[in-house]
Write a protein that binds this ligand. Structure first.
Ligand SMILES: Cc1ncc(C[n+]2csc(CCOP(=O)(O)OP(=O)(O)O)c2C)c(N)n1
Length: 553
């Protein structure tokens, strides 16, 4: 069924009274405040505990600025959709769920957003205030709900009265705007949701991220210009600094190695870029030699390299909005607590007249490392690369690739060429299976003009398979590539490697093509590059998702 005609949709409202009920409920006023913070869409599944929020929501994009509710099929999907929204835009993605199981289902997505520094807001119901902590066995009871999400959020708090809600939302949006973005969970008990609110709530003015001291910028530039082998390591925190980062790299003749979250900030096609390749031994060996390293917006996490500590022996300059990063595993010789774009823009300015003499040699080194990586690929990786290169030919340059935790995506991290930030989703940190499809739904709704492609393994896809129906209902033209390799291949390989018999990693698959059709999608088995090209092109122009099953040989 399509959207209702405009005339029958609820109209925008300006006053604090609702024709049906008089003063608005806290639930409805909360949604109105989200609107004022620029939120247009929330993902969730309503329940008897969230009815008061529903007063403020519409099912389809409304006239004016009413917030749209997108119905997921499981709160895990809803959480991943909100996370996908944040991944694609850098803006807060919002999920709205019931208390208890709604929260526990969505919590995996919070973990993912926490690990990848994404601004995600989970708003949930909570049991009635007078029952909290009593253990009376009320519906959906969790005796201390905020504790469930505390370790996976920058803030988890319960509103004790309606007046708490604007205060907690102010904290959430302040955090998203001015610090390392991380998820926030706000629980609103059902009696608080139903409170009547007499005065409209207003958003607060949001502060900015810190800027660097000019003296530190000078020091960093001095260290880097004196370096013989400068290296830049770029993470997701630098996503707004593409242009400045590229200028700095070019002036210095510095090789750029990205984290998975930083992939594309400097285009993978740039001759100084080694993409997100610290999983490759060839690259780990190369970076040992760097004499000055500029690490920007990256935690240099082991999940990007699979070694606990990389051999970073060069002088380390770190730019990070999170001060705690300055003295972690890799203490900074020079630490700038700053927004990445602000710092890099100043550095690019200071380096304007500096031109390295050996850029050509450095580019030759990069080309040779890329060739070495290519010649060292395993037979499986060669098959991944063949598909990814084909995809690179047919997908428009602005395409977002939403990857799950699977071997095709591990290879893509260093082998797929993406040209700009926020185009390659791969949650290497928390690494929860099942994110790719719901992330893609969130991304496609946030960026309707961008093609969005799902890359999933056969095992991971099954975690959130029901969201196929959500994507079909929303009529999203998503090509969904399932790499079928006979079960949980990475874990099969890990067991084989350790000489342990395979257990629990076989796994029967459904017939994904028939499954797609049963879920109102198209489905096709890919047997040649020609079939792939044709199917991909049709999928981008479809009015529903297309599942494309590719079998590893
Ligand atoms: C929620 C969750 N459970 C378990 C794992 C452990 N795990 C990591 S990779 C993997 C195998 C995934 O299989 P598939 O999606 O088919 O991709 P493949 O490894 O075969 O390419 C598993 C089970 C995980 N990352 N996340």
């Amino acid at each position: 069924m399509g959207p209702p005609p405009l005339a029958t949709r609820p109209s925008g409202r300006n006053s604090m009274t609702d024709s049906k009920t008089g003063p608005m409920s806290c639930g409805e006023t909360t949604i109105r405040l989200l609107e004022k913070y620029g939120i247009t869409t929330v993902f969730g599944i309503p329940g008897v505990h969230t009815l008061d929020f529903c007063r403020g929501l519409v099912d389809y994009p409304g006239p004016g600025n009413q917030v749209r509710h997108v119905q997921a099929r499981n709160e895990l999907g809803a959480g991943f959709m909100a996370e996908g929204w944040a991944r694609a835009t850098g803006e807060p993605g919002v999920a709205l769920v019931i208390s208890g199981p709604g929260v526990t289902n969505a919590t995996t997505a919070l973990g993912q957003a926490y690990a990848d520094s994404l601004p995600m807001l989970l708003i949930s119901a909570e049991a009635a205030s007078h029952t909290l902590g009593k253990g009376w066995g009320v519906l959906h009871e969790v005796t201390e709900q905020k504790k469930v999400t505390e370790p996976l959020t920058a803030l988890s708090a319960t509103a004790r009265s309606a007046a708490d809600v604007p205060v907690l939302l102010a904290r959430a949006f302040t955090l998203f705007a001015s610090q390392r973005p991380r998820p926030v969970h706000i629980s609103i008990p059902i009696d608080v949701q139903a409170e009547r609110v007499e005065q409209d709530w207003q958003p607060v003015a949001l502060p900015q991220r810190p800027e660097p001291a000019g003296q530190q910028v000078d020091q960093a530039v001095a260290l880097l210009t004196l370096a013989d082998r400068p290296l830049i390591m770029a993470g997701g925190g630098a996503w707004q600094a593409s242009q400045a980062l590229q200028q700095v790299a070019e002036s210095l003749g510095a090789v750029v190695v990205a984290s998975t979250a930083g992939k594309g900030i400097v285009s993978d096609a740039h001759p100084l870029s080694l993409s997100a390749s610290t999983v490759r031994p060839e690259v780990l060996e190369f970076i040992e030699d760097a004499d000055v390293i500029l690490a920007v917006g990256t935690e240099l996490s082991e999940t990007d390299s699979f070694v606990e500590r990389m051999e970073l022996t060069g002088t380390l300059i770190r730019i990070d909005v999170d001060a705690s990063k300055m003295n972690d595993f890799y203490p900074a010789h020079l630490g700038m607590v700053s927004d990445a774009k602000a710092a890099l823009t100043l550095m690019a300015e200071r380096l304007k007249t500096h031109q390295t003499a050996n850029r050509t040699d450095v580019e030759k080194t990069v080309a040779s490392l890329r060739a070495q990586i290519r010649s060292n690929l395993s037979p499986s990786e060669k098959q991944h690369v063949a598909l990814l290169e084909l995809l690179g030919e047919v997908a428009p340059p602005e395409t977002i690739f939403s990857g799950d935790v699977c071997q095709l995506v591990y290879t893509g991290a260093f082998a797929m060429s993406v040209r700009s930030p926020r185009k390659w989703f791969y949650s290497a940190g928390y690494c929860a299976l099942g994110n790719a499809l719901p992330n893609a739904i969130g991304a496609k709704l946030a960026c309707p003009d961008c093609p969005v492609v799902v890359l999933a393994g056969d095992g991971g896809f099954m975690f959130t398979m029901p969201e196929l129906v959500t994507a079909a209902e929303l009529k999203l033209p998503l090509p969904i590539i399932i790499w079928e390799n006979g079960g949980l291949k990475q874990i099969q390989d890990d067991l084989d490697h350790r000489g342990i018999d395979r257990v629990g990693v076989g796994g029967m698959n459904p017939d994904f093509v028939k499954l797609a059709q049963a879920c109102h999608c198209d489905g096709i088995r890919i047997d040649s590059p020609m079939t792939f090209r044709r199917a991909f092109d049709q999928a981008l122009n479809n009015n529903r998702p297309t599942v494309m099953v590719v079998r590893e040989q």
